[in-house]
Design a protein around this ligand. Structure first.
Ligand code: IPM
Ligand code: MG
Length: 355
């Protein structure tokens, strides 16, 4: 197959981790006789510096013209004091929205080889669940204002959800559960928020349509506790945008390192955005220290979900497992008896294990 992939290296460690994913994609292309053509897209801080805005129109168009998009990370302290519309993250949010990517899947799977790396190892053995996060609604996309009221600044962020926005993500959660252990936990704050009460009502309606799927609601504060108390109870955890952002970071620590977790963001079509869930880690940027596995596994998700290349995706996942079996670790997952490797060595090792 011929596929065009838009690559967004972004900021911080973004370029170095995306470079490793490209090595792996090239190894796959060679092995399975595909042609992957790459288009590099500036987004985030680098685009602000070069073009004066986080997602220039021409860059968005490159993404929309591609078959799928692979992203490293955006953001960094040098852009922290920029006004809201000129923040690197704004580019990412605009891209998710423009591509209609309402469904964000963030798997929390424990690699047995990394069991010892999790600070929560005593409770996290064998966990396997996925966070289904609504990605283009809620407080992220309501209006954000700061105004002077009686002489002092007052800031407002609006959280808004429509019934159809809730229903479409809910359906994905139930469908996902059907292919797994058939259990959905919907996380909300229905004891306080109207958006959550609507969320819960729609989820209950959907639960009737999926009688084969076990359904429960959970308040978000309790969910935060249950994730570190009894994470095995989760199979599919579905939640709104901001709760999903927070809970997926929490869930990642059950797996040992946030550096290992990929994500897929998709909408109605097959074009998606695939990115690790971690940030741009400016403190280690350019030092060849980052863990590229989250990005490499995101590339695997892209092959599976955007291109329908199941065997190719599995090849990458098995290559990661092989390299972990060889006890190669980047610094974030380093443990006794293992060999510490750099970001590029990890990329090389996984690429050659694909062949
Ligand atoms: C994530 C990130 C983003 C988010 C930021 C960079 C805007 O934290 O993908 O989880 O909050 O969605
Ligand atoms: Mg986040």
């Amino acid at each position: 197959m011929n596929k065009t992939i838009a690559l967004i290296p972004g900021d911080g460690i973004g370029p170095e981790i995306v470079e490793q994913a490209v090595k792996v994609l090239n190894a796959i292309a060679k092995k399975f006789s595909h042609t992957f053509t790459y288009e590099t897209v500036d987004m985030g801080g680098i685009a602000i510096d070069k073009w004066g805005e986080p997602l220039p129109k021409a860059m968005l168009e490159k993404c929309l013209a591609s078959d799928s998009v692979l992203l490293g990370a955006v953001g960094g302290p040098q852009w922290d004091s920029m006004p809201g519309h000129l923040r690197p993250e704004k580019g990412l949010l605009a891209l998710r929205s423009a591509m209609g990517l309402y469904c964000n899947l963030r798997p929390a799977t424990l690699w047995p080889q990394l069991a010892a790396a999790s600070p929560l190892k005593d409770i996290s053995q064998g966990i396997d669940f996925v966070v289904v996060r609504e990605l283009i609604g809620g407080i992220y996309f309501g209006s954000h204002t700061t105004e002077l009221v009686e002489g002092q600044p007052v800031a407002t962020d609006i959280m808004r959800y429509s019934e159809s926005e809730i229903r479409r993500i809910g359906k994905i959660a139930f469908e996902t559960a059907r292919k797994r252990r058939k259990k959905v936990t919907s996380v909300d704050k229905a004891n306080v928020l109207d958006t959550s009460r609507l969320w819960r009502k729609i989820m209950h309606e959907l639960a009737q349509e999926y009688p084969d799927v076990e359904y429960s609601d959970m308040l978000v504060d309790n969910a935060a506790m249950q994730l570190v108390k009894a994470p095995h109870q989760f199979d599919v955890l579905v939640t709104e945008n901001m709760f999903g952002d927070i809970l997926s970071d929490e869930a990642s620590m059950l797996t040992g390192s946030i550096g290992m977790i990929p994500s897929s963001s998709m909408g109605e079509g097959t074009r998606g955005l695939f990115e690790p869930i971690h940030g741009s880690a400016p403190d280690i940027a350019g030092k060849d220290l980052a863990n590229p596995v989250g990005t490499i596994l995101s590339a695997a998700m892209m092959l599976r979900y955007s291109f329908g290349m199941e065997q190719e995706a599995t090849t990458i996942e098995q290559a990661v497992s092989t390299v972990l079996d060889k006890n190669f670790r980047t610094s974030d997952t380093m443990a006794e008896g293992c060999t510490q490797v750099s970001c590029s060595q990890m990329g090389d090792a996984i690429a050659s294990a694909c062949c």
